[in-house]
Design a protein around this ligand. Structure first.
Ligand SMILES: [Zn+2]
Length: 194
């Protein structure tokens, strides 16, 4: 998946625009939107500017508080990666989701072009979520396998647990006073002091 992201970033995906540049005659159309665009397929259209791409990015961006506009692909990646998130799981999800979304946009396009599978945002949402759940499970464990995006996004708003530490030191008692020190240990009802 990261490899596809890298290729999109450097405009190296074999879209119709690229194939046409090699001299082949291509019927201009896209394989993602409804109604179908009649302009020659480009990476920009397929991965971030087209209606279908925008719909998919919006489904996943909204719970993270991210906006979807007409930014360049590199700006989209930076926006997802540099945003401040509430917890480590959210931060991890935001780092991997752009690659998973990009992969699904390409898979959906190829299934449409070569397999006649009509693109459906609900299907793409489901496949992206399944991939996301798998990588989050591998990283953090303890996650059910069959989570929907509605269920998974509830993790996003949970704040990180902050632990604070307090320095404790021994203070000498005033003259003619005694201090009883205890280590505070207690086992099976018996405690000790020293
Ligand atoms: Zn399209």
């Amino acid at each position: 998946m990261a490899f596809v992201t890298w290729r999109v970033l450097y405009n190296k995906m074999p879209t119709d625009e690229k194939i046409a540049k090699l001299g082949y005659t291509i019927q201009p159309r896209c394989y993602c939107c409804t109604p179908t665009s009649t302009t020659l397929e480009t990476s920009a259209h397929l991965f971030w500017e087209g209606t279908y791409a925008q719909d998919i990015w919006k489904i996943f961006a909204a719970p993270f508080g991210l906006q979807v506009g007409n930014q360049q692909y590199s700006h989209i990646l930076l926006q997802w990666w540099n945003h401040r998130y509430m917890n480590l799981v959210t931060s991890f999800m935001a780092r991997v989701l752009p690659a998973i979304i990009t992969w699904e946009l390409w898979r959906s396009r190829c299934a449409s072009k070569y397999g006649g599978e009509a693109p459906q945002s609900r299907r793409s949402e489901k496949l992206i979520t399944a991939n996301l759940v798998e990588v989050v499970r591998q990283k953090f464990g303890k996650l059910q396998q069959q989570l929907s995006w509605d269920q998974l996004q509830k993790l996003i708003d949970q704040p990180m647990v902050h632990r604070t530490s307090k320095l404790v030191r021994w203070v000498k008692p005033p003259p003619m006073s005694y201090k009883l020190n205890s280590d505070g240990s207690c086992q099976e009802g018996n405690s000790g002091a020293g």
